[in-house]
Design a protein around this ligand. Structure first.
Ligand code: HXC
Length: 284
Protein backbone atom coordinates (compact mmCIF):
# COMPACT_ATOMS: atom_id res chain seq x y z
CA UNK A 1 0.00 0.00 0.00
CA UNK A 2 1.49 3.40 -0.96
CA UNK A 3 2.24 5.96 1.75
CA UNK A 4 -0.18 8.91 1.95
CA UNK A 5 1.13 11.81 -0.21
CA UNK A 6 1.80 14.11 2.75
CA UNK A 7 4.14 11.60 4.30
CA UNK A 8 6.83 12.14 1.73
CA UNK A 9 5.94 15.18 -0.38
CA UNK A 10 5.40 18.76 0.64
CA UNK A 11 2.02 20.05 -0.46
CA UNK A 12 3.56 23.01 -2.29
CA UNK A 13 3.78 21.97 -5.91
CA UNK A 14 0.52 23.19 -7.36
CA UNK A 15 -0.98 26.11 -9.31
CA UNK A 16 -1.73 29.20 -7.26
CA UNK A 17 1.06 28.71 -4.71
CA UNK A 18 1.92 32.40 -5.04
CA UNK A 19 -1.67 33.70 -5.10
CA UNK A 20 -1.93 37.17 -3.53
CA UNK A 21 1.86 37.52 -3.36
CA UNK A 22 3.93 40.25 -4.99
CA UNK A 23 7.41 39.88 -6.42
CA UNK A 24 9.66 42.91 -6.94
CA UNK A 25 12.53 42.38 -9.37
CA UNK A 26 15.41 44.58 -10.48
CA UNK A 27 16.84 43.85 -13.90
CA UNK A 28 13.41 42.42 -14.63
CA UNK A 29 13.51 43.04 -18.38
CA UNK A 30 16.57 40.81 -18.79
CA UNK A 31 16.33 37.27 -20.10
CA UNK A 32 16.98 35.45 -16.82
CA UNK A 33 15.03 37.73 -14.48
CA UNK A 34 12.03 37.98 -16.79
CA UNK A 35 11.83 34.17 -16.85
CA UNK A 36 12.01 34.07 -13.05
CA UNK A 37 9.21 36.60 -12.74
CA UNK A 38 7.12 34.93 -15.46
CA UNK A 39 7.19 31.65 -13.53
CA UNK A 40 6.10 33.40 -10.33
CA UNK A 41 3.27 35.19 -12.16
CA UNK A 42 2.19 31.92 -13.78
CA UNK A 43 1.88 30.42 -10.29
CA UNK A 44 -0.25 33.26 -8.95
CA UNK A 45 1.98 36.24 -8.07
CA UNK A 46 1.66 39.81 -9.23
CA UNK A 47 4.90 41.56 -10.05
CA UNK A 48 6.77 44.81 -10.33
CA UNK A 49 9.82 44.81 -12.59
CA UNK A 50 12.43 47.54 -12.55
CA UNK A 51 14.80 48.52 -15.35
CA UNK A 52 16.80 51.39 -16.77
CA UNK A 53 15.27 51.29 -20.24
CA UNK A 54 11.67 52.52 -20.14
CA UNK A 55 10.38 50.92 -23.34
CA UNK A 56 12.08 47.58 -22.76
CA UNK A 57 10.83 47.38 -19.17
CA UNK A 58 7.25 48.37 -19.98
CA UNK A 59 7.07 45.98 -22.93
CA UNK A 60 8.47 43.13 -20.85
CA UNK A 61 5.92 43.79 -18.09
CA UNK A 62 3.12 43.51 -20.65
CA UNK A 63 4.62 40.33 -22.02
CA UNK A 64 5.03 38.73 -18.58
CA UNK A 65 1.43 39.59 -17.69
CA UNK A 66 0.25 37.13 -20.37
CA UNK A 67 1.58 34.29 -18.18
CA UNK A 68 -1.69 34.31 -16.23
CA UNK A 69 -5.05 35.79 -16.97
CA UNK A 70 -5.90 38.54 -14.51
CA UNK A 71 -2.31 39.07 -13.38
CA UNK A 72 -0.97 42.54 -12.62
CA UNK A 73 2.58 43.26 -13.74
CA UNK A 74 3.96 46.74 -13.28
CA UNK A 75 6.94 47.79 -15.42
CA UNK A 76 8.88 50.67 -13.88
CA UNK A 77 11.44 51.92 -16.38
CA UNK A 78 13.96 54.72 -15.97
CA UNK A 79 15.04 53.33 -12.60
CA UNK A 80 18.79 52.95 -12.07
CA UNK A 81 19.64 50.65 -9.15
CA UNK A 82 22.63 52.90 -8.43
CA UNK A 83 20.20 55.58 -7.23
CA UNK A 84 18.85 54.69 -3.77
CA UNK A 85 16.04 57.25 -3.90
CA UNK A 86 14.82 55.91 -7.26
CA UNK A 87 14.62 52.38 -5.85
CA UNK A 88 12.89 53.65 -2.73
CA UNK A 89 10.26 55.33 -4.90
CA UNK A 90 9.88 52.18 -7.01
CA UNK A 91 9.33 50.03 -3.91
CA UNK A 92 6.77 52.50 -2.55
CA UNK A 93 4.96 52.56 -5.90
CA UNK A 94 4.92 48.75 -5.98
CA UNK A 95 3.34 48.59 -2.53
CA UNK A 96 0.87 51.36 -3.36
CA UNK A 97 -0.29 49.68 -6.56
CA UNK A 98 0.08 45.99 -5.75
CA UNK A 99 -0.30 46.03 -1.98
CA UNK A 100 2.94 44.46 -0.73
CA UNK A 101 6.40 43.14 -1.50
CA UNK A 102 6.63 39.49 -0.49
CA UNK A 103 9.52 38.37 -2.68
CA UNK A 104 12.50 40.24 -4.11
CA UNK A 105 14.81 39.27 -6.94
CA UNK A 106 17.95 41.43 -7.00
CA UNK A 107 18.98 40.77 -10.57
CA UNK A 108 20.32 43.98 -12.10
CA UNK A 109 23.92 43.55 -13.27
CA UNK A 110 26.51 45.07 -15.58
CA UNK A 111 29.28 43.29 -17.40
CA UNK A 112 31.67 43.38 -20.36
CA UNK A 113 34.92 41.73 -21.35
CA UNK A 114 38.17 43.58 -20.61
CA UNK A 115 41.65 42.65 -19.40
CA UNK A 116 42.29 43.79 -15.84
CA UNK A 117 44.92 46.35 -16.86
CA UNK A 118 42.57 47.93 -19.38
CA UNK A 119 39.51 48.37 -17.20
CA UNK A 120 39.17 52.10 -16.51
CA UNK A 121 38.51 53.24 -12.94
CA UNK A 122 35.06 54.37 -14.02
CA UNK A 123 34.32 51.04 -15.71
CA UNK A 124 35.32 49.11 -12.54
CA UNK A 125 33.25 51.47 -10.43
CA UNK A 126 30.25 51.20 -12.76
CA UNK A 127 30.06 47.41 -12.45
CA UNK A 128 30.59 47.40 -8.70
CA UNK A 129 28.04 50.18 -8.33
CA UNK A 130 25.41 48.31 -10.36
CA UNK A 131 25.99 44.85 -8.87
CA UNK A 132 27.01 45.50 -5.27
CA UNK A 133 25.58 48.89 -4.41
CA UNK A 134 22.56 48.19 -6.60
CA UNK A 135 21.83 45.01 -4.64
CA UNK A 136 22.37 46.83 -1.38
CA UNK A 137 20.05 49.65 -2.46
CA UNK A 138 17.48 46.99 -3.34
CA UNK A 139 17.78 45.45 0.11
CA UNK A 140 17.46 48.86 1.78
CA UNK A 141 14.39 49.80 -0.26
CA UNK A 142 12.51 46.52 0.18
CA UNK A 143 13.57 45.09 3.56
CA UNK A 144 10.82 46.78 5.63
CA UNK A 145 8.22 45.22 3.31
CA UNK A 146 9.91 41.81 3.40
CA UNK A 147 9.92 41.89 7.21
CA UNK A 148 6.24 42.86 7.14
CA UNK A 149 5.47 39.98 4.78
CA UNK A 150 7.42 37.46 6.86
CA UNK A 151 5.67 38.67 10.02
CA UNK A 152 2.31 37.50 8.66
CA UNK A 153 3.56 33.94 9.04
CA UNK A 154 5.70 34.17 12.16
CA UNK A 155 5.38 31.32 14.61
CA UNK A 156 6.74 30.78 18.09
CA UNK A 157 10.13 30.31 16.42
CA UNK A 158 10.21 26.57 17.10
CA UNK A 159 7.66 25.39 14.55
CA UNK A 160 7.90 26.00 10.82
CA UNK A 161 5.81 28.86 9.42
CA UNK A 162 2.38 28.22 7.94
CA UNK A 163 2.10 27.74 4.20
CA UNK A 164 2.47 30.73 1.93
CA UNK A 165 5.41 32.38 3.62
CA UNK A 166 6.79 35.61 2.17
CA UNK A 167 9.73 37.77 3.13
CA UNK A 168 12.32 36.25 0.84
CA UNK A 169 15.07 37.62 -1.31
CA UNK A 170 17.07 35.96 -4.06
CA UNK A 171 20.23 37.61 -5.36
CA UNK A 172 21.20 36.64 -8.90
CA UNK A 173 24.95 36.12 -8.82
CA UNK A 174 27.36 34.13 -11.01
CA UNK A 175 30.08 31.49 -10.72
CA UNK A 176 32.81 33.77 -12.13
CA UNK A 177 34.61 34.22 -8.82
CA UNK A 178 34.82 30.56 -7.76
CA UNK A 179 37.84 29.77 -9.87
CA UNK A 180 38.83 33.17 -11.26
CA UNK A 181 37.69 34.25 -14.72
CA UNK A 182 39.87 36.08 -17.24
CA UNK A 183 38.57 39.38 -18.66
CA UNK A 184 35.92 39.63 -15.95
CA UNK A 185 37.76 40.81 -12.84
CA UNK A 186 35.23 43.61 -12.40
CA UNK A 187 32.17 41.30 -12.50
CA UNK A 188 33.91 38.59 -10.46
CA UNK A 189 34.72 41.01 -7.66
CA UNK A 190 31.22 42.43 -7.79
CA UNK A 191 29.48 39.05 -7.66
CA UNK A 192 31.65 37.96 -4.71
CA UNK A 193 30.33 41.07 -2.97
CA UNK A 194 26.77 40.15 -3.85
CA UNK A 195 27.24 36.66 -2.35
CA UNK A 196 28.66 38.18 0.82
CA UNK A 197 25.73 40.55 1.11
CA UNK A 198 23.24 37.72 0.73
CA UNK A 199 24.90 35.87 3.62
CA UNK A 200 24.80 38.96 5.83
CA UNK A 201 21.11 39.49 5.12
CA UNK A 202 20.44 35.82 5.92
CA UNK A 203 22.22 35.93 9.27
CA UNK A 204 21.01 39.34 10.31
CA UNK A 205 17.41 39.24 9.11
CA UNK A 206 16.74 35.51 9.56
CA UNK A 207 15.40 35.99 13.09
CA UNK A 208 12.74 38.29 11.60
CA UNK A 209 11.59 35.48 9.31
CA UNK A 210 13.34 36.79 6.20
CA UNK A 211 15.30 34.35 4.05
CA UNK A 212 18.11 35.44 1.73
CA UNK A 213 19.61 33.14 -0.87
CA UNK A 214 21.66 33.33 -4.04
CA UNK A 215 21.07 31.74 -7.41
CA UNK A 216 24.33 31.45 -9.36
CA UNK A 217 23.48 30.66 -12.97
CA UNK A 218 26.07 29.00 -15.15
CA UNK A 219 26.09 29.15 -18.94
CA UNK A 220 22.43 29.68 -19.83
CA UNK A 221 21.42 29.56 -23.49
CA UNK A 222 19.91 32.69 -24.97
CA UNK A 223 21.23 35.08 -22.33
CA UNK A 224 23.37 38.18 -22.70
CA UNK A 225 25.94 36.57 -20.43
CA UNK A 226 26.45 33.69 -22.82
CA UNK A 227 25.85 35.49 -26.13
CA UNK A 228 28.06 38.51 -25.47
CA UNK A 229 30.58 37.30 -22.91
CA UNK A 230 31.37 33.67 -23.71
CA UNK A 231 32.54 31.73 -26.70
CA UNK A 232 29.78 29.28 -27.53
CA UNK A 233 30.06 26.10 -29.48
CA UNK A 234 28.86 22.54 -29.34
CA UNK A 235 32.34 21.55 -28.20
CA UNK A 236 32.28 24.08 -25.33
CA UNK A 237 28.84 22.84 -24.27
CA UNK A 238 30.07 19.25 -24.22
CA UNK A 239 32.84 20.20 -21.76
CA UNK A 240 30.18 21.07 -19.16
CA UNK A 241 29.61 18.01 -16.91
CA UNK A 242 25.90 17.99 -17.84
CA UNK A 243 26.93 18.12 -21.50
CA UNK A 244 24.84 21.12 -22.53
CA UNK A 245 24.02 24.75 -21.83
CA UNK A 246 21.30 25.47 -19.29
CA UNK A 247 17.91 27.00 -19.98
CA UNK A 248 16.22 30.00 -18.42
CA UNK A 249 13.46 27.59 -17.38
CA UNK A 250 15.99 25.88 -15.12
CA UNK A 251 16.72 29.19 -13.39
CA UNK A 252 12.98 29.87 -13.10
CA UNK A 253 12.49 26.43 -11.52
CA UNK A 254 15.20 27.18 -8.94
CA UNK A 255 13.50 30.49 -8.19
CA UNK A 256 10.12 28.86 -7.65
CA UNK A 257 11.74 26.35 -5.31
CA UNK A 258 13.53 28.98 -3.22
CA UNK A 259 10.39 31.13 -2.93
CA UNK A 260 8.13 28.14 -2.20
CA UNK A 261 7.32 26.54 1.13
CA UNK A 262 9.64 23.70 0.16
CA UNK A 263 12.53 26.07 0.95
CA UNK A 264 11.20 27.43 4.25
CA UNK A 265 14.36 26.33 6.04
CA UNK A 266 16.85 27.28 3.32
CA UNK A 267 18.63 30.48 4.28
CA UNK A 268 22.03 31.87 3.31
CA UNK A 269 22.47 29.29 0.57
CA UNK A 270 24.21 29.69 -2.79
CA UNK A 271 22.21 27.62 -5.22
CA UNK A 272 24.42 26.99 -8.24
CA UNK A 273 22.58 26.07 -11.44
CA UNK A 274 25.40 25.41 -13.89
CA UNK A 275 25.35 21.75 -14.90
CA UNK A 276 28.35 21.19 -12.63
CA UNK A 277 30.59 23.50 -14.65
CA UNK A 278 32.38 25.27 -11.83
CA UNK A 279 33.56 21.96 -10.41
CA UNK A 280 35.81 21.56 -13.43
CA UNK A 281 37.42 24.92 -12.81
CA UNK A 282 35.76 27.13 -15.38
CA UNK A 283 32.87 29.48 -14.98
CA UNK A 284 30.16 31.05 -17.07
C1 HXC B 1 35.69 48.27 -21.37
C2 HXC B 1 33.80 49.52 -20.98
C3 HXC B 1 33.04 48.68 -21.83
C4 HXC B 1 33.73 47.59 -22.47
C5 HXC B 1 31.74 50.20 -21.05
N1 HXC B 1 32.92 50.44 -20.52
N2 HXC B 1 31.77 49.13 -21.84
N3 HXC B 1 35.10 49.32 -20.75
N4 HXC B 1 35.04 47.43 -22.21
N5 HXC B 1 33.11 46.77 -23.29
C6 HXC B 1 33.31 51.53 -19.65
C7 HXC B 1 33.02 52.87 -20.27
O1 HXC B 1 34.03 53.25 -21.20
C8 HXC B 1 32.99 53.76 -19.04
O2 HXC B 1 34.29 54.05 -18.57
C9 HXC B 1 32.37 52.85 -17.99
O3 HXC B 1 32.52 51.52 -18.47
C10 HXC B 1 30.90 53.14 -17.80
O4 HXC B 1 30.26 52.97 -19.03
P1 HXC B 1 28.91 53.73 -19.41
O5 HXC B 1 28.40 53.16 -20.66
O6 HXC B 1 29.13 55.19 -19.34
O7 HXC B 1 28.04 53.44 -18.15
P2 HXC B 1 26.74 52.65 -17.99
O8 HXC B 1 25.71 53.08 -18.96
O9 HXC B 1 26.40 52.80 -16.62
O10 HXC B 1 27.12 51.14 -18.34
C11 HXC B 1 27.45 50.20 -17.39
C12 HXC B 1 28.09 48.99 -18.04
C13 HXC B 1 27.25 48.49 -19.24
C14 HXC B 1 28.22 47.89 -17.01
C15 HXC B 1 29.45 49.37 -18.53
O11 HXC B 1 27.88 47.40 -19.85
C16 HXC B 1 25.87 48.12 -18.83
O12 HXC B 1 25.07 48.96 -18.48
N6 HXC B 1 25.46 46.90 -18.89
C17 HXC B 1 24.11 46.48 -18.45
C18 HXC B 1 23.72 45.26 -19.08
C19 HXC B 1 24.67 44.16 -18.84
O13 HXC B 1 25.85 44.28 -18.96
N7 HXC B 1 24.18 43.02 -18.55
C20 HXC B 1 25.02 41.87 -18.52
C21 HXC B 1 24.71 41.12 -17.46
S1 HXC B 1 25.34 39.51 -17.73
P3 HXC B 1 35.06 55.43 -18.91
O14 HXC B 1 36.37 55.31 -18.20
O15 HXC B 1 35.21 55.44 -20.39
O16 HXC B 1 34.20 56.54 -18.40
C22 HXC B 1 25.96 39.08 -16.33
C23 HXC B 1 26.22 37.62 -16.28
C24 HXC B 1 27.43 37.28 -15.54
O17 HXC B 1 26.16 39.83 -15.47
C25 HXC B 1 27.90 35.93 -15.96
C26 HXC B 1 28.65 35.98 -17.23
C27 HXC B 1 28.73 34.75 -18.01
Amino acid sequence: MPLPRYAYLSDVWRDGIFDNKVVFCTGGAGTICSAQVRAMVHLGANACIIGRNVEKTENMAKDISTARQGSRVLGLGGVDVRKPEALQEAAERCVKELGAIDFVIAGAAGNFLAPIDQISPNAMKSVIDIDVLGSWNTVKATLPYLIESAAKHRTDGRTPPAQGTGGRIIFVSATLHYAGTPLQAHASVAKAGVDAMAMSVAIEQGPKGVTSNVIAPGPIAGTEGLDRLSKQSEGEAKKIPSGRYGTVKEIADATVYLFSDAANYVNGEIHVVDGGQWHIGTAA
